[in-house]
Design a protein around this ligand. Structure first.
Ligand SMILES: Cc1cc2nc3c(=O)[nH]c(=O)nc-3n(C[C@H](O)[C@H](O)[C@H](O)COP(=O)(O)OP(=O)(O)OC[C@H]3O[C@@H](n4cnc5c(N)ncnc54)[C@H](O)[C@@H]3O)c2cc1C
Length: 251
């Protein structure tokens, strides 16, 4: 008689609270729960290899600064003065991305969150437990299932790149989402890249434009008319860049 197929045995762990995302929101939520109930069984999961989300080491790109006034991005439990080496500021008084990233990581150690964080761990699916009450989080590339009473999704709004609906096959040059601007610096820095078209006009696009123009590239910006923030475009043109290198078109 043929043997029955054997289902792979899932490894199941149970928690009071699972948080998906170790960015600012995920870690602040974890801290809030632990402050109220220190005995809670909690885990924070993140796909990346470091904490911080937008500000994680892997996501820092050239020219990234914290655009919020410095004191609004400082935690009560761990001041900027406690950061080692000290936080750095750009010429306009904003904290640089790499230094705030380091500060955030040190804050997470200082407030005792490190032991609750599992990095390089992606949640591929979430379903209701068969008891109809709890949640089950499936971990990508493994048999692991985390069952939890409470679930917080703190996966941010910019972790998954969204590309405009364009036919990139027709274009022979490098195409990249802003999310990979830092990883692919060598591509856009190439001598043969003379002109770059940027889609969008948010913070990431503005940062990219500044770096591209500084690198001597001619930049064309496409943005949606109804989402224009005129001050943003003006700021990019002057005083950093000068009008000659940028053309702006609506789509
Ligand atoms: C380029 C850029 C610059 C910004 N600059 C500023 C600024 O100067 N000032 C300001 O106030 N705000 C700024 N923001 C807004 C920024 O989104 C917030 O400041 C804040 O960092 C968002 O935190 P978050 O925890 O909600 O999300 P995120 O920081 O995006 O963190 C979400 C985390 O969830 C993880 N994740 C997602 N899906 C999964 C999954 N399935 N499994 C496991 N992990 C997962 C991601 O890896 C990520 O680490 C900026 C945003 C961007 C994109």
């Amino acid at each position: 008689m043929d043997a029955l197929p054997v289902e792979p045995c899932a490894e199941e762990e149970t928690f009071d609270l699972v948080i998906v995302g170790a960015g600012i929101n995920g870690l602040l939520a974890a801290k809030a729960f632990l402050d109220i109930q220190p005995s809670i069984k909690i885990v924070v999961l993140d796909s990346l290899g470091s904490v911080g989300g937008v500000w994680a080491k892997e996501r820092i790109y050239p020219g990234l600064n914290v655009q919020t006034t410095a004191q609004f991005f400082e935690f009560a439990e761990f001041g900027y003065k406690d950061c080692e080496p000290p936080v750095e500021y750009n010429g306009a008084g904003f904290i640089t991305g790499p230094s705030w990233s380091r500060y955030f990581e040190q804050w997470s150690h200082k407030v005792g969150l490190t032991k609750y964080i599992r990095l390089n761990t992606t949640v591929s699916q979430v379903t209701r437990h068969k008891d109809g009450l709890r949640w089950q989080c499936y971990i990508a590339g493994s048999q692991e299932i985390l069952t939890t009473d409470k679930l917080i999704i703190a996966n941010g709004i910019s972790s998954l790149p969204k590309y405009p609906d364009l036919d990139f096959q027709k274009f022979t040059g490098p195409v990249m989402h802003h999310r990979y601007f830092g990883d692919r610096e060598a591509d856009w820095m190439k001598e043969e890249v003379k002109e770059v078209t940027v889609y969008g006009a948010g913070k990431g696009c503005m940062d990219d434009m500044v770096q591209l123009v500084k690198a001597g590239k001619k930049v064309k910006v496409h943005k949606m008319q109804k989402f224009i923030e005129p001050g943003l475009a003006r700021r990019a043109r002057k005083p950093f860049l000068g009008p000659a290198l940028i053309t702006i078109e609506a789509f």
